[in-house]
Write a protein that binds this ligand. Sequence first.
Ligand code: SF4
Length: 334
Amino acid sequence: MGRSGTYDGRVTEIRKRVLLAKPRGYCAGVDRAVQTVEEALKLYGPPIYVRKQIVHNKHVVSTLEAKGAIFVEENEEVPEGATVIFSAHGVAPEVYEQAKARSLKAIDATCPLVTKVHHEARRFAADDYDILLIGHEGHEEVIGTAGEAPAHVQLVDGPEGADKVTVRDPSKVVWLSQTTLSVDETMETVARLKQRLPLLQSPPSDDICYATQNRQHVVKEIAPECDVVLVVGSRNSSNSVRLVEVALDAGARAGHLVDYAHEIADEWLEGATTVGVTSGASVPDELVTQVLEHLAARGFADVSEVTTADERLIFSLPQELKRDMKAAAASRTA
Ligand code: SF4
């Protein structure tokens, strides 16, 4: 509790509190990708190679490294014939080809919701559309999606990028997007594109995934009441970074991204009575628990969870892994 003077000079206690966002943390795609590496380690034994960070979270990556996963940037760093897992962000078709050429056993942990966007890119390219892919330049997911139809895809990185687009036929253009963008900023980009391209078509269904949308929605609900919003997540996690921006746009007076509780500076909490807490889609809840403990030790022990959606989606493990798990189970019982 903090102390504050009132108009008649009495000293009253100010209740410090935490608003804890739900949904937060792991989404179905991240859960599946992390489980894929864990199950592969159990089944084939270490080392298991993983191309790129399986999900964009420092803690998850170091935990899997400790269990025997080796993270590499490219297939050529994987010994011939070894097992390689492709990350949740997806890969371009050429990456499968490279793996084949090196006789790698490839397991694809691409989130099915990213795969859906890849299918859309292929389908619209086959119909000879110009595809405007809204996303962040250099992000792995964008590289993977653009790689499905490089001759048809133009990247549009934010509303300003809309002004640079040129198309062959303005009546045959569609926009697609990265799955982890800010919903509001993407709609702003689309509106700007439509000023120049009134016949621009929208994706058949939302490309920004349910998990990204839900985490942004609940942050918008709590942000106006918060002196500061703490987002647990890594700097290279697109959806986590977006949560800080969304919190600030929605009225939080300050917002910070932290990987771990110990990164929370005491100055951030000075004078604060309400602290919002959430986490990106690649963050295990144990890291949020540590943040809550850290806050409780500084007087923020009163935690109210604010829930705006109930998530039940689960994705099954990659087929190639399930097949091997089944075969191993059958040989044990034979
Ligand atoms: S954030 Fe969305 S697209 Fe990315 S892994 Fe999670 S569910 Fe899939």
